[in-house]
Write a protein that binds this ligand. Structure first.
Ligand code: B12
Length: 290
């Protein structure tokens, strides 16, 4: 099908109109980053071994969906700097009951029963797999109306797709030292989801930016799971509290900072996620001329 410059603009407009916080286009070819992914997952714990099994599919979007010619990749913000985590936790009530009520599997019940147990920000809203997929479905319907004959397949989290790399290539954000995609405008409190489209839309420019010398996330991780852009998933509190079927080792359980489902410590420390006006210690600011 013939596409025009206008098609890519319209596809992104539809995405934003259907609830994306940001949208971009990536090509569907082989991903150079796959080499680093393969190396990194070879050391991942048992609870994430599915990443090794479905590894090859992640090499290219076409390995997952043979018709893919480009990807619409979107960010969906779930937290704003001015929002109050403590107040949201209070509103959620009993953590175990809240998680059970929102359909999430409780992995470490003993942590959840401790006073002040915290649920991470991303899990305080409706299950994002459902919320994001609804928005992506609406986008696909809109795209099909605009460009008759186009087909697409939705992905969000559960498909064997290197979502963070596609988001970087689509210009959504750069890779932070905490391994998450970081946007200048949105910080990192957003989900990634997209649609593999069977039309070859012109890709966006990959996002520029980097963490520079900032290592606040590494310093904030109480288990030392972050190092130079790599995550030791076997030490990540998010892994133990959302994915693992085994009991969290006592050494790590003593360092959760109260997080009992998911963990935000590496994101809380990030200057990109701080309220406007917040100054990172040790960072110089060029002051306005008086
Ligand atoms: C498996 C998984 C996890 C695992 C492993 C996390 C991880 N970093 O790998 C666990 C359960 C721990 C996890 C936790 C979280 N997750 Co998660 N997770 C995924 C999933 C399903 C796959 C990610 C993956 O491929 N990991 C494999 C590793 C190898 O990939 P990687 O971290 O990208 O590794 C790269 C870097 O480490 C780098 N690297 C490796 N070595 C080196 C060395 C140097 C020197 C450098 C510079 C780089 C480098 O190269 C690697 C390959 O690109 C994705 C969804 C998807 N389908 O992509 C969501 C996803 C990444 N998760 C997400 C979220 C929200 C979270 C949490 C914030 C939830 C929470 N609050 O608890 C935490 C964050 C923890 C963290 N700091 O990563 C979002 C991230 C959105 C964003 N803004 O980036 C995603 C995209 C889900 C979604 N659709 O929105 N997650």
């Amino acid at each position: 099908m013939e596409t025009t410059f206008n098609s890519r603009i319209r596809v992104k407009e539809i995405a934003l109109a259907c609830g994306a916080s940001a949208a971009g286009i990536a090509a569907a070819g082989e991903l150079e980053e796959f080499k680093r992914f393969s190396l990194a997952v070879s050391a991942y714990p048992q609870g994430l071994s599915y990443l090794r099994r479905s590894g090859l599919k992640r090499h290219s979007l076409k390995n997952w969906n043979v018709d893919a010619a480009s990807a619409l990749v979107c960010a969906f913000r779930y937290w704003e700097p001015a929002m109050d985590h403590a107040a949201a936790l209070k509103a959620a009530g009993d953590p175990a009951a809240f998680l059970a009520g929102s359909g999430r599997r409780i992995t470490q019940p003993e942590l959840l029963s401790l006073p002040g147990a915290k649920i991470s920000r991303y899990a305080l809203s409706r299950d994002y797999h459902l919320a994001v997929k609804e928005k992506l479905s609406a986008m696909l319907t809109g795209i099909k109306q605009e460009l008759p004959g186009v087909e697409g397949v939705i992905f969000c989290d559960t498909s064997p797709v290197l979502e963070k790399e596609l988001a970087r290539l689509a210009g959504i954000g750069f890779r932070g030292r905490n391994t998450l995609v970081m946007s200048g405008e949105l910080g990192s409190y957003f989900f990634i989801g997209g649609i593999a489209l069977d039309i070859g839309l012109e890709p966006d420019k990959p996002a520029a930016g980097s963490c520079g010398e900032c290592r606040l996330c590494e310093a904030a991780c109480p288990t030392g799971a972050l190092n130079g852009g790599a995550l030791d998933a076997g030490r990540c509190l998010s892994y133990w509290t959302t994915q693992s079927k085994e009991k969290i080792p006592a050494e790590l359980a003593a360092k959760t900072g109260g997080f009992a489902y998911g963990c935000d410590l590496c994101q809380e420390a990030c200057p990109h996620n701080k309220p406007p006006g917040w100054l990172a210690p040790g960072f110089e600011t060029i002051k306005p001329i008086k």
